[in-house]
Design a protein around this ligand. Structure first.
Ligand code: CTP
Length: 403
């Protein structure tokens, strides 16, 4: 990637600080970064930090005599293999969708004939506003690629979709696009032409029409993996149990409730090159789902008889000629992590088990994870890292295994 260059437009939003980490990751990978900092962006990160990390001059003014003399807005676009907007604010998206050109960032977006990747970040209500939806659809139709946004807690104190994708995920999307020629990641990443099935979230198993059995899975890790695979150009079917998350951009989501529905949706999505079972599937379901609500009778409480659910991971691993080339399962263990994972690998017939050590402080419910990749060839231990990094690294690792 030493000969690749990114023109990085930093918009004005709290997420602008993540542009610094992204710049560091790109430079570490040998990618040239030339930053354009909008005046709103400069309220959040300083030109000096950006210049130091990019090891290049920061451009910010359209009518700067010196900038135009050295490198006009047209040359800025010519310099780059890819234009990346981080964060893509509602304002920048609106300007780009309408072809406005009142400042250096929007003029460059209008003047460029290079592929463009946007990482949106904004308040959930702004993201969900009809105007932003229209602009998003217009930009997509114009060929702009998107990564994120994620769902999560926001600086404004609200919760929902609109939080910018993590730098590691944006980095992988950029690497995917740079690895292609000039088309968006969805067409040209290292997993382009590949199909993946990802299961995520809990399942809900009905007891009667109003009650069900479920678990506390948030679905975050599975959604992050689906997003990271899509960022590498993979065609992803995300089979999801009930979660509060919105579907990652570029991912086909099939929403299900029960384990049996999840299995059927996975089987319907075959053939696939890759299956990643991250869902916390309920091991058992009530044997009899009553057609009517169970009423209190005054007698002893009703007995709940359970029967075993189908094992989706094991079924996909034994799908004969339809078996995906790489089948990956997850395991959460508190002790003897690798021994249990080896046993699970054999029992399920999958190719890798991604084993979480949930005894490590901060893993359960936190943002970090400590995982080992267990396969027939041995164990690969990864250092404790952010869950979003785990997804991005796993997607890269899967792309390599399928190459
Ligand atoms: N899995 C599945 N279908 C099931 C149960 C589990 O696809 N009915 C998948 C999960 O998505 C995950 C892996 O199998 O990839 C986890 O295996 P599981 O047997 O559920 O692990 P644990 O519950 O951790 O099992 P144990 O504690 O018995 O080792």
């Amino acid at each position: 990637m030493a000969d690749k260059r990114v023109l990085l437009i930093v918009g004005g939003g709290v997420a602008a600080y993540k542009a610094l980490e992204l710049t560091r990751l790109l430079r570490k990978a040998g990618v040239g970064v030339r930053p354009i900092l909008t005046s709103a962006g400069a309220q959040f990160v300083t030109p000096l930090s950006l210049a130091a990390l990019a090891e290049d001059k920061v451009y910010s003014e359209l009518f700067s005599l010196t900038d135009e003399a050295e490198m006009g807005h047209i040359q800025l676009s010519r310099f780059a293999d890819l234009v990346v907007v981080v964060p893509a604010t509602a304002d920048l998206m609106a300007k780009a969708a309408h072809g406005l050109a009142g400042d250096l960032a929007s003029t460059t977006l209008l003047a460029t004939d290079k592929p463009v990747l946007m990482a949106p970040a904004m308040n959930v209500r702004m993201w969900e506003h009809a105007a932003t939806k229209r602009n998003l659809a217009t930009l997509k139709a114009d060929g702009v690629a998107f990564v994120g946004p994620d769902e999560g807690a926001m600086a404004c104190g609200e919760y929902g979709p609109g939080r910018m994708a993590e730098p590691a995920v944006i980095f992988e999307a950029i690497m995917g696009m740079l690895a292609g020629t000039s088309a968006p990641a969805a067409e040209k990443g290292p997993l382009s032409g590949r199909r993946a099935i990802v299961t995520a979230g809990p399942t809900a198993e009905p007891i009667d029409p109003v009650r069900y059995l479920t678990n506390r899975s948030s679905g975050k890790q599975g959604y992050a993996i689906a997003e990271a695979l899509a960022a590498l150009g993979c065609e992803v079917t995300l089979v999801s149990g009930p979660t509060a998350l919105s579907a990652p951009a570029g991912v086909k989501r099939v929403q299900v409730e029960t384990a049996r529905q999840m299995l059927a949706a996975c089987q319907a999505a075959l053939p696939a090159d890759l299956a990643v079972c991250v869902a916390a599937v309920a091991d058992w379901r009530p044997a009899d789902e009553g057609a009517v609500k169970i009423k209190k009778t005054g007698d002893a409480p009703p007995a709940l008889r359970l029967v075993e659910n189908p094992d989706i991971l094991a079924t996909l691993s034994a799908a004969g000629p339809d078996r995906p080339g790489l089948v990956v399962g997850f395991a959460a263990e508190t002790n003897d992590v690798e021994a249990y994972a080896q046993a699970k690998l054999a029992r399920k017939g999958c190719d890798w088990i991604v084993a979480n050590d949930v005894s490590v402080e901060g893993v359960m419910g936190g943002d970090d994870n400590t995982v080992s990749i267990v396969s027939a060839t041995g164990v690969e231990r990864w250092d404790k890292t952010a869950k979003s990094d785990v997804a991005a690294k796993l997607a890269q690792r899967m792309a390599k295994a399928l190459a």
